[in-house]
Design a protein around this ligand. Structure first.
Ligand SMILES: [Zn+2]
Length: 603
């Protein structure tokens, strides 16, 4: 355990903190914006039931909504960033509470707008756009509403659906409380014979333990404990799936997958293609697993041997300024403009670097339309933090380009595209540091870097796709009228593991219950985006490194696109067509190349 005490917020050197004073120089400025939003809330009533009267009414109402939205998001962003500096500060907490409540009031005052637009005949909406040129800005926004039109029911049915949502959303809460609060694992004996309490957080540490018996004990203990609750957990997951299927049917979607993908207009083929392309390329995973077995010097690979480091840990010191330089050099293929924004993020204090007492943990990129795209870090001088910095800068520069180019209404990008920008930066950093290590003849570092990247393919592309397929399967079972039982789900889950790991891993029966351990199955078709994200990023980084300029231009235009089109169209513009399986194959070609390099280095 680390015992060093953390500095207080006031003791952190100013140049290593973010500069929020460019958002609000004084408390009073925040208060006056707060008051401005408050005063505007009743204004929306003037257009209620009157949007269809004239194109001007519609335009004015939407413009007002954007104008207030811009200010509100700045207020909110400032309050939450300020609080994350030191969560113990009562004043900062109070500000967040106030702005949240204001958000609820603003939301209630504007909640009628979209239903009222949807109640207008499509022809009226088209006529309005023809009559009022300024409404042209909102044409993609209207398209997104149009997609929902067929799935909005009568007022009476909508009322019932709103009531039903409260009644059916309980299962995920039940699971969360069980998993986070009530579930307790038995102790596990560590490598020194000491009894250690097993927790969610410690589980991965146990799986990384060099002692194989410790890994096996932890693995069996965790899954054994979930197994004790198998019927309860099956009923809980079944309830969540049924609730997805219910709302998809009530809204007349083809199925639950269609309902989940429809808001961003992602064709269900994207999901199915991902699953089939990844299954087609299982031999690449098997090649990697053979290398793992060889490097770990094991005769057989067990389920508890998948997370223990297969190459020597590299204790590479990486001070913050060195990491900045590394990210800057790694991003060189992205051109001058990208580099200038990176420098600006360092020089203009967009990044809150060091850990201090009360500061929020982890790392994130945040900010609003009118603020710099700030980054929170809890810096430690190592490689893994350099990758986190590259990741968050990917998000921030995506936000920068988007906000510079798009009007407010399109300034939010989807999760589907978000992780592409961050993961691409990590890929470029891997490439850069790997080349550097190669030039220096540092085989250990090369191997370590390649292995870290390879692990991402295994855990993000393969494992998440296996999850995605499982999720699809259990929804399809409910849709075809079958019951989801613990035995049924365990049988499918075990078979999927056997399919994915093939002959390279002894798939122990005790993993069959693992579905009960994965909270993401309650998120409704969410995890596939991890797999599509890394696929698109790997494919794009390959294009950027091989093609240069034209690929870079396409990529920067994608960053500028924000939320101005569907995720699929935006990525298509960048050079990857997620509606085909080509990007997944391109990404897995990258994975295959990494394994080949690792094999050569391991000789
Ligand atoms: Zn991210």
């Amino acid at each position: 355990m680390e015992t060093k005490t953390l500095p207080k917020r006031g003791q952190v050197p100013l140049e290593l903190t973010w500069d929020l004073s460019v958002v609000y120089a004084a408390e009073a400025d925040w208060e006056s914006d707060f008051a401005r939003v408050e005063e505007s809330i009743p204004d929306f009533d003037a257009w209620k039931n009157r949007l269809a009267e004239s194109p001007q009414n519609l335009l004015q109402c939407l413009q007002k909504q954007d104008e207030i939205g811009v200010i509100f998001s700045q207020l909110y962003s400032y309050a939450s960033l300020k609080r994350s500096e030191d969560n113990a500060q009562a004043e900062a907490q109070g500000r967040v509470e106030r702005v949240k409540m204001q958000g609820t009031r603003l939301g209630a005052a504007t909640a009628w707008i979209e239903p009222e637009i949807l109640a207008m005949p499509p022809q009226t909406l088209r006529d309005f756009q023809a009559q009022e040129r300024e409404l042209g800005l909102y044409s993609y926004y209207f398209q997104t509403l149009e997609r929902r039109r067929a799935h909005v029911r009568s007022a009476e049915v909508e009322d019932v659906l709103a009531l039903a949502r409260e009644a059916t959303s309980g299962t995920s809460t039940v699971y969360k409380l069980f998993n986070d609060a009530d579930l307790k694992f038995p102790d596990v004996e560590d490598e020194n014979g000491a009894s250690v309490e097993l927790t969610h957080g410690r589980y991965i540490r146990f799986l990384e333990n060099q002692n194989r018996n410790v890994r096996e004990r932890a693995f069996r203990t965790v899954h054994g404990e979930y197994s004790r609750w198998r019927n309860t957990l099956a009923a809980s997951l079944s309830g969540a799936v049924k609730s997805d299927v219910f709302s998809a049917r009530a809204r007349k979607y083809d199925n639950a997958l269609h309902a989940a993908l429809s808001p961003d207009d992602i064709p269900t083929d994207v999901y199915r293609n991902l699953v089939s392309a990844v299954r087609e390329r299982l031999p690449v995973l098997h090649r990697y697993l053979r290398l793992r077995k060889k490097l770990l010097k094991l005769d057989d690979l067990q389920m508890w041997d998948l997370y223990v480091p297969m190459v020597a840990e590299v204790e590479k010191e990486m001070p913050y300024d060195e990491a900045q330089q590394a990210v800057l050099q790694a991003s060189q293929p992205l051109g001058e403009k990208y580099a200038r924004i990176l420098e600006q993020s360092f020089d203009s204090r967009w990044i809150d670097v060091l850990e201090n007492e009360g500061k929020s943990s982890g790392a994130f990129s945040d900010g609003a339309y009118t603020t710099p795209p700030y980054i929170l870090m809890n810096w430690q001088d190592n490689l893994s933090n350099a990758f986190t910095l590259a990741h968050e800068l990917g998000h921030s520069i995506h936000s920068y380009f988007t906000r510079e180019t798009q009007p407010y209404v399109y300034s939010h990008y989807t999760i589907f595209v978000a992780e592409v920008a961050s993961t691409l930066n990590e890929a470029l950093l891997t490439h850069h540091l790997q080349k550097q290590a190669e030039a220096a003849g540092d085989r250990a570092l090369q191997l370590y870097l390649l292995n870290s990247y390879a692990e991402r393919f295994r855990t993000t592309l393969y494992r998440q796709t296996m999850f995605a397929e499982f999720e699809l399967k259990i929804h399809e079972l409910v849709e075809s009228g079958e019951a989801l039982t613990a035995d049924g789900m365990s049988e499918i889950y075990l078979q999927f593991n056997k399919d994915f790991y093939g002959a390279e891993v002894n798939v122990d029966d005790c993993v069959a219950i693992e579905w009960a351990r994965i909270p993401h199955f309650y998120y409704g078709f969410y995890v596939y985006q991890y797999a599509t994200g890394i696929s698109a990023a790997a494919a794009l980084s390959k294009q950027i490194l091989e093609e240069g300029e034209p690929a870079v231009e396409r990529y920067l235009n994608f960053l500028r696109g924000g939320g101005s089109d569907t995720s699929i169209n935006l990525l298509r513009g960048a050079g990857v067509d997620m509606a085909t399986s080509a990007p997944v194959h391109q990404a897995l070609d990258v994975f295959d190349e990494i394994i080949a390099k690792m094999e050569a280095l391991a000789e």
